[in-house]
Design a protein. Structure first.
Length: 94
């Protein structure tokens, strides 16, 4: 899948590659799926896909971005939040 945030920043990714800036990932937490697009800037926006899913744009250097970068599909990551850390399972990387 080709992921593009603008003409200056495009990348080709596959599900076997590690997450990095430009990745569109699906994570599962407590039985719910969440979609994140890791971008180098302009985070905080949401994109609604034609299918209705909401994709949150996050900076790859944010706490959540850092927890996801370098992970591969099938791996788990922990986002160390207080009072309780969040356990995220990476289920897709486009």
């Amino acid at each position: 899948m080709r992921v593009s945030s603008n003409k200056a920043f495009t990348t080709e990714l596959s599900a076997t590659e590690a997450v990095r800036a430009g990745s569109l990932v699906t994570v599962e937490e407590d039985g719910k799926e969440f979609f994140y697009f890791l971008i180098p800037g302009g985070a905080g926006r949401a994109i609604i896909l034609p299918s209705g899913e909401k994709v949150l744009c996050i900076n790859h250097e944010s706490p959540l971005g850092r927890a996801l970068v370098g992970k591969r599909v099938g791996e788990e990551t922990i986002l160390p939040l207080k009072p309780m850390p969040r356990v995220l399972h990476l289920i897709n990387n486009c």
